[in-house]
Design a protein around this ligand. Structure first.
Ligand code: HEM
Length: 464
């Protein structure tokens, strides 16, 4: 097959385009893919980029041998925050070993065991909202509320109950590193100087390591056979060193917390702006969970019954994937979609472009969760290639089952127990280069559907 070079914008336009891309990557991708198609190049020499958003080319890419690509490339800025031994910046045998250990600690059966906790913690949040005055709730930023809830859930699934009480402390230690990796690359250049943003991020990581070490020491002294405690499984059953465990834990919390809460915020926006959808989600929740007053314990059958909530999650992450682009470096010369991509090119594959591809989706810019319930055979195949918010293949998202389960259960329970509305008439613009979240959060007017109060740990929402 004849391969061609990647089309690219004129060199003189590129510095300006890259600058704009750091402020609003989705807008830059939409504009450039309209001009050059869903695969195009940017930059030159050691700073060569290939943006790939064509679903067919992406299917090719995800089925290539995993060693055709590198994640531990020199400029991977995540390394500074997650550590050199994190699976997310590792390749080859070390990646395989680290991923396999975490994966086995994350078995699907153990995840289903978390369903009651996720619904229960959502109830705790609703109960806290109920205790606020109407004025405090109108409006309230449900992005920040959801962020605390998701962090609590992620920490609890990783560390068990004993550590979840420290979620607020962990959240603070993550804030600076998250802000730092969103900063322009010029501000992230390595240096040893104290009293700088980089030094403060290093100190936060050090403090986080201290918390994790405490937990590792506790588990060594008090072994646990709880199949739902991911950290206990890593410490007791795995073959990772303590420093490897630390880097995986920091990665799992980091990868699982901002991504999921950003998706929840987009979901709240989309549902609040789609007439009738909140009511349909509420009806489904009433059917599946039963009346709140009955306190039934939800399980995997409840999750399977939430088909509209699941479709809403899929439709939201199609239009607003948490990663607008995800990077990997070509480890050798490769061909993608009929284009030659030289070794060393940084490939930015885009779930955002694939999710809006007009060949794969009818009316791609319309938010229609029901599209997922009546896809015909060929449409289903196209949708399979083009719905990739969690990646595909051997490096796909390790937390995809947890994230999808959280988003489905949380939106459903919120719809069952809250009324929300917004005076906004349109979806906000996206913010964030690494994590795509709605600019300005998700301020909503919130009122409570009357129910009896439940008890549980205080998430301290008044401080959000
Ligand atoms: C809506 C939520 C989430 C989204 C959209 C998301 C998306 C992604 C994407 C696009 C990748 C990269 C795939 C690639 O490089 O090809 C990834 C990797 C990863 N994600 Fe997620 N993620 C989410 C939640 C989570 C959660 C809850 C966890 C765990 C607690 C998690 C853990 C990971 C890990 C460990 C990797 C690296 C896998 C590897 O390198 O082998 N993610 N995720």
């Amino acid at each position: 097959m004849v391969t061609t070079k990647l089309p690219h914008p004129p060199w003189r336009e590129q510095p300006q385009l890259l600058r704009r891309g750091f402020v609003d990557p989705s807008m830059m991708l939409d504009e450039l893919s309209a001009r050059y198609g869903p695969i195009f190049g940017l930059g030159t020499g050691p700073f060569r980029l290939a943006v790939v958003g064509d679903p067919t080319a992406l299917r090719e890419m995800f089925s290539m041998p995993v060693d055709s690509f590198r994640w531990g490339y020199r400029f991977n800025v995540l390394r500074f925050v997650v550590g050199d031994q994190s699976m997310i910046v590792s390749d080859g045998e070390p990646h395989k070993r680290r991923r396999a250990s975490v994966k086995s600690a994350f078995g699907r059966r153990s995840l289903n065991g978390w369903i009651p906790m996720i619904v229960g913690q959502t109830d705790v949040v609703v109960d806290e909202l109920a205790m606020m005055t109407d004025a405090d709730r109108s409006p309230i930023d449900l992005y920040r509320v959801g962020r605390r809830l998701v962090l609590y859930i992620v920490v609890r699934t990783l560390f068990g109950e004993r550590f979840a009480g420290r979620a607020a402390e962990i959240s603070e230690l993550y804030q600076r590193p998250q802000d730092y990796i969103e900063a322009p690359l010029t501000r992230q250049l390595p240096h040893p100087f104290p009293w700088t943003a980089r030094a403060r991020v290093r100190a936060d990581r050090h403090a986080l390591d201290g918390l994790i070490d405490e937990q590792i020491a506790f588990l060594r002294a008090n072994p646990s056979d709880d199949p739902r405690d991911v950290l206990a499984r890593l410490v007791t059953d795995g073959d990772l060193s303590d420093s490897e465990i630390r880097d995986q834990v920091v990665t799992l919390i980091g990868a699982g917390f901002d991504t999921t809460s950003a998706s929840l915020a987009w979901m709240i926006w989309r549902v609040s702006l789609t007439p009738g959808l909140w009511g349909r989600l509420r009806d489904e929740a009433d059917d599946v969970f039963g009346p709140i007053e009955q306190h039934t314990t939800p399980d995997e059958r409840s999750l399977a019954g939430l088909t509209l909530a699941n479709a809403t999650m899929r439709e939201t992450t199609r239009l607003h994937p948490a990663g607008v682009v995800s990077p990997r470096e070509a480890a050798s010369d490769i061909e993608l979609g009929g284009h030659h991509i030289p070794k060393g090119t940084l490939i930015l594959w885009s779930a955002h472009l694939a999710g809006r591809d007009s060949g794969a989706w009818d009316e791609p810019l319309k938010f229609q969760p029901d599209r997922f319930s009546h896809l015909t055979g060929p449409q289903q195949q196209l949708a399979n290639s083009a719905w990739i918010p969690f990646g595909r293949g051997q490096r796909n998202c390790l937390g995809l089952a947890l994230a999808q389960m959280e988003l489905t259960l949380i939106i459903s329970r919120l719809a069952q127990r809250l009324d929300i509305s917004t005076s906004a008439t349109g979806i906000p613009r996206p913010a964030g280069m690494v994590i795509n979240r709605p600019a300005g959060g998700a301020p909503m007017n919130v009122s409570i559907r009357p129910t009896r109060r439940r008890s549980g740990p205080d998430l301290n929402l008044q401080s959000t």
